[in-house]
Ligand binder design. Structure first.
Ligand code: URA
Ligand code: SF4
Length: 252
């Protein structure tokens, strides 16, 4: 990989894509330098026919050690919020925009570092492949990294959170929200309100689920997906359709 070549996971994606072939192959991904300092690839986890696919940023310290997404403090808060929104954990597939833990040493601790645009772009083929094989009817993105990876760099979570975004090739509907870690890091006095707004966003997604479950075969890709994958960018996000009265009250 030359210094000017873009980093990419693309050469590591198996030709025959199933959830297990992807997971297996992701273990030896060297698509960007993040694998070097991380313990292991943290691939997505959940049912192969999820009602909902949740995309986070990247594994944290705990996830890096466990090899599973959302097992640390942010994951606990996410579990609580999903439950409060009426979403059962066992119908959710959890994954991240970036699949290795990016960190810097701080004394004895490993301090979380935000993944950069190159790393997010490098790792996107894994996320796209997951979206394609899972064909989840509803996708929720948590935080700016996940939203930008899927909805483009111009996407603004603060402005668009809690809206139903349609017209994307790999999901019936997408709802963007903030990252639960932001609630944990934020002003403790604001925490209850921030959590309430987060749950309100998840309820927007929850309201779409019963219909999604009635689909005859939610794991089958949409016809538009079969003729090749369109890629994560270039999707319609400029005029997301506002649907129903269950708009999150959080768009202020
Ligand atoms: N934060 C994330 O974005 N993903 C995880 O898996 C854990 C924490
Ligand atoms: Fe591959 Fe993604 Fe890990 Fe980079 S972060 S090595 S692209 S799996």
């Amino acid at each position: 990989m030359g210094p000017n070549e873009p980093w990419t996971a693309a050469p590591f994606i198996p030709r025959r894509r199933t959830l297990s072939s992807l997971r297996q192959a992701a273990h030896s991904c060297r698509g960007c330098p993040l694998w070097k300092r991380a313990t292991q690839t943290v691939f997505g986890q959940g049912p192969s026919r999820p009602a909902l696919l949740v995309v986070g940023e990247q594994p944290g310290d705990r996830e890096d050690l466990a090899g599973r997404p959302f097992v640390g403090p942010a994951g606990r808060l996410l579990d609580q919020a999903l439950a409060a929104a009426g979403i059962a954990r066992d119908e959710v597939y959890f994954t991240n925009a970036v699949k290795h833990f990016k960190w810097a040493p701080s004394g004895k601790r490993r301090l979380h570092q935000k993944p950069g645009a190159r790393e997010i772009a490098a790792c996107r083929p894994w996320l796209e492949a997951e979206l394609e094989v899972l064909a989840a009817p509803v996708v929720v993105t948590l935080g700016a990294t996940a939203a930008r990876s899927l909805l483009g760099p111009a996407f603004r979570v603060t402005r668009e959170r809690g809206k139903i975004l349609r017209g994307l090739p790999w999901a019936g509907a997408v709802v963007a929200s903030i990252h639960p870690a932001a609630i944990l890091r934020g002003d403790p006095l604001e925490r209850a309100r921030a959590l309430e707004q987060f749950v309100a966003d998840l309820r927007v997604a929850a309201a779409l689920l019963p219909k999604a479950r009635e689909r005859p075969n939610p794991a089958k890709p949409e016809p538009m997906l079969r003729g090749g994958h369109r890629g994560a960018t270039g999707m319609r996000t400029a005029h997301p359709r506002r649907v129903g009265k269950r708009q999150a009250s959080a768009n202020t």
